[in-house]
Design a protein around this ligand. Structure first.
Ligand code: 3PG
Length: 187
């Protein structure tokens, strides 16, 4: 199963909220927003000191109903810390062969980030076919994805970065987009 079956996760969740959590007081409001939007998935970024505690709390309290992913994963130490938390998926903003081997060994579904054709080729050499396209708004957005669809027909993307309530459905309409991520629905 490629990337520990990340496609299985993405196919269930066309919209992936990317959330940065600073403290426990924010958690309840974030979960309420997800529920109000009918979303049963969250990507919690490792961009704050509180992130790992937030993941633990949300897994323990809402783990049955919400798929909990971890974002902004860029080191092996972070992967070690995450393994114990039994998260549902891992998102990295970039792609790297040795980090990639580590992600495979974790057994956790994962999606690496790509921006350029060379990044995509590296991922294909690793045996992968599903990538975060990041930052989508800065690397050509919808037009770039259309071109990548012609050049890499077997590859599917989850674009994130600068996607809004006005633009997300145009991304989802592309045949090579499996889901979209971002923070617009949490604002
Ligand atoms: C990410 O890590 O995917 C982005 O920070 C989300 O981007 P956005 O906040 O511009 O939607």
């Amino acid at each position: 199963m490629k990337q520990n079956n990340i496609r299985g996760i993405l196919e269930k969740h066309p919209i992936i909220p990317v959330v940065t959590i600073n403290n426990e007081a924010e958690v309840e409001g974030i979960i309420k927003k997800l529920q109000d939007n009918g979303i049963s998935c969250i990507e919690i970024t490792l961009r704050t000191d509180y992130a790992l505690s937030a993941i633990k709390l949300i897994k323990a309290t809402y783990g049955e109903e919400i798929s909990v992913g971890v974002g902004t994963v860029v080191t092996k130490d972070q992967i070690d810390a995450i393994k114990a938390l039994e998260v549902d998926f891992i998102v990295s903003p970039g792609i790297n062969a040795s980090l990639g081997e580590y992600l495979i060994d974790s057994g956790i579904p994962f999606i690496p980030g790509v921006a350029t054709p060379s990044d995509i080729i590296l991922g294909m050499q690793m045996g992968w076919d599903t990538f975060k396209f990041f930052p989508a708004n800065l690397f050509g957005g919808i037009e770039a994805l259309k071109t990548y669809g012609q050049v890499f027909p077997s590859v599917k993307f989850c674009p994130t970065g600068g996607i809004t309530g006005d633009t997300y459905s145009s991304f989802l309409d592309l045949t090579n987009v499996i889901s979209v991520g971002g923070s617009w629905m949490m604002k």
